[in-house]
Structures are given as C-alpha cells and as structure tokens.
Write a protein that binds this ligand. Structure first.
Ligand code: UFG
Length: 355
C-alpha cells in the first residue's frame, strides 16, 4: 500500500482520481481549499486537509505528517475565458502553486509527481489526431500556465531528479458509473452538463457556439474522455514513475464528436429534446481537438473502458438525476478538516485554488 497526495481531490476529476486510488488499495490524502471543490466530493476513506497548495508552510506540514510515494496535482484555475481576462493571475497561481507543491514534495522526500495538464497547450493545432510531437502553442493564458508548469517540472527532473509526468487531458466527461460523484461547477461552462440541464428544463436553451467551422457539420469537434478512464490513467502513470521519470502524455480516446452529435446523444439518453439556439463563435475555440494517445497506451497499457459517447452522457445523466442540486444535495458529509498539532497552517484557506 502506498500513500498519495491528491491536490484538488474535492474537485470533479480529483475526486475520481482519489476514489480510484482508494479502490486500488492505497491511502489517499486530499488537499483542497474548497474554493471550487466540494467537501462532500472527497471520497470516504480519504484523509482530507483543507489547505491551499500555494501555502509552502502548510504543504511542508502535510509532507511531514505523511510519507508520500507520490503526488497527483490537479488543483488549478481552469476556466479558459477567465484566464484571458486576468492572464497574470492564472499564470501566477497555476505555475507558482505547482512549483510550491513540487518543492515541498522534494523537501519531503517524495520523488513522484503527476501534473494535471491540458490539450490547451497545443492551441489551434494544424493536425488531428494530435501527438505529443505537435508544437505547443497555447492560445490561452490557461494553456500557457499549464505548459509553463510542465516546463518547471522538467527542470526539477533534470536538476533534482524529480520523476514527473503530465497528463494532457482532452475533454473530461461523464461521472462514476455508481453515480456517487460527478461534475458540479459554478458556473457550469461545459457542454455535456449544460445540454443535460437544458433537456431537463433546468436551465435556458443551450447556445451552440458557431456552426461555420471547417468540420463535417460545422460545429466544433472535441475528444471526450470518461472521467473514470482518466482516473485510471493516473494510477498507471504513477506505476510508470516507480520505474523512472516520465514525460507528457496526451489523454483522450482518439475520436472527435461534434457539438451537434453531443446534443443528439443527450436527446437520446434523456429521451428529451435539447432546446438550443445558434450563437456566435466562442473566442479561442479551435475547430477540432482530438488526441493521439499512443504514447500513453504504449507506456502504460491504458485503454478506455467508457469510450462511447453514450456511456459518458449516460453516467453524467445518472449523476444529475441522483443529485439534481449537485453536491449541495448530498447527505454524505466527510469529517471536518484534519487538525494536526504539527500545523495549525493545515486549516488555512488563503487563496483561490481548487481542483
Ligand atoms: N459549447 C457550446 N455551447 C456551450 C458550451 C460549449 O457550443 O454552452 C461547445 C464549445 O464551443 C466547444 C465544445 O462545446 O466546441 C466543448 O466545450 P467545453 O466548454 O465543454 O470544453 P472545451 O473544449 O472548451 O474545454 C475543455 C476544458 C478546458 C481544456 C480544453 C482542452 O474545459 O479546460 O477542454 O481541450 F482546456
């Protein structure tokens, strides 16, 4: 049994990663400041420390309290549009906090570090599917911040022996098949939950951001990857880092679905039409983002189990039906934040990050 730190483990992807680690028989310590995450999303069985990963003293205390075999760092600001309104804030937080956490990990004797990264590092790529050899050219401050964080870790690897890898997520989607955890963002900006809520009449009609892209039906193509498959990839990469250092890996299914196809799938799964109207293009949206994940497959044996769009929509729908108010309506409330005499600082909630 190993012990892993999951930053942002109260968020959408982080909570699935934490649950997968627990299912794999490991101990998990979730660090999250709950600015965007939900205490109720922290899986039962995980230790929970409410703290900000940018707080070096608090992170030192966390590393002093547990001996970690690895860190999975997901806590970050991740709304592309926000990053274009305040780029320096995004870069300061996402880069600075990654470096703070990595330095605390190295001081704490932990040499395995997995970064949650993004397809946004490629910007508007010339080809699809995209391999890791595609030049990185972020089109948003968010994408740039993740690329800079990757570069910082590469330096730590070269100069200090940190074993690191980054997983460049394409479009995380779906919810755990048991319906215990799922997507609950405020505000919600992602296509599938918005389309489901529009179908259920829980929000205004969906706006399709442009239908004049150079794609088969004119709407953007995205590579949706089920969050359970995404979580599985993290465990596999941790295993890889036990053997040596890693690199950046694309994480997607290799198949693009258009906005119109997603709307069709939501209508089929819910049995309700998805009220929608055509709007203008959203600034910064590339026409197509589809992953070539061959590097990850070859290195770790990763294969998607829920690659079908219907499986993603179905599990997201199930979560929504079971939790119409998101985590606000759930009954499971985890114990209060850890109170350790080594560090009053563990209870700090000083900045804006969360997974
Ligand atoms: N879309 C709409 N209407 C909406 C919301 C989305 O038409 O109301 C469209 C978007 O234009 C896009 C597609 O649906 O073509 C998917 O949009 P999402 O907002 O769900 O996801 P993105 O592709 O914009 O972004 C996601 C993550 C980012 C990450 C990016 C990398 O949210 O953090 O994938 O591929 F950077």
């Amino acid at each position: 049994m190993s012990t892993y730190l999951v930053s942002g483990g109260a968020g959408y992807i982080g909570s699935h990663v934490a649950a997968a680690l627990l299912d794999g028989g490991h101990r998990v310590v979730v660090v999250d400041n709950l600015q965007q995450g939900h205490a109720e999303a922290v899986p039962e069985g995980a230790e929970f420390v409410r703290a900000d990963v940018g707080d070096a003293a608090a992170m030192d205390a966390v590393f002093a309290s547990w001996g970690f075999q690895g860190v999975i760092h997901l806590a970050a600001l991740s709304v592309v549009g926000d990053s274009m309104r305040d780029p320096l804030h995004y870069i300061a937080k996402n880069v600075g906090n990654t470096m703070t956490l990595a330095r605390a990990a190295m001081r704490g004797g932990c040499s395995r570090f997995v970064l949650s990264s993004t397809a946004a590092v490629y910007g508007d790529p010339a080809c699809a599917p995209i391999t890791e050899d595609e030049p990185t050219a972020p089109a948003s401050a968010y994408g740039a911040s993740k690329l800079m964080a990757e570069q910082g870790l590469a330096w730590a690897s070269e100069l200090h022996g940190l074993r690191w890898a980054s997983l460049r997520y394409f479009n995380a989607a779906g919810a755990d098949p048991a319906g215990q955890r799922g997507e609950d963002h405020a505000p919600e900006t992602h296509l599938i939950p918005l389309a489901i809520d529009a179908a259920l009449g829980r929000r205004a009609p969906l706006t399709v951001f442009g239908d004049d892209y150079p794609t088969p039906d004119g709407t953007c193509l995205r590579d949706y990857v089920h969050v359970t498959d995404l979580a599985d990839a993290h465990l596999r990469v941790l295993g890889l880092l036990a053997e040596g250092t890693g690199r950046s890996f694309n994480l997607g299914n290799g198949r693009g679905f258009s906005v119109k196809e997603v709307i069709g799938a939501v209508a089929e799964v819910t049995g309700c039409p998805v009220p929608h109207r055509l709007g203008v293009r959203r600034p910064g949206d590339p026409p197509a983002l589809v992953a070539a994940s061959d590097r990850l497959r070859a290195a770790t044996g990763w294969r998607p189990r829920f690659g079908a769009l219907h499986a993603m929509v179905e599990t997201a729908y199930r979560w929504r039906l079971k939790n119409p108010e998101g985590y606000a309506g759930t009954r499971h409330v985890p114990p209060p934040p850890a109170q350790r005499d080594t560090a009053g600082a563990l209870q700090l909630d000083s900045a804006e990050l969360s997974g």
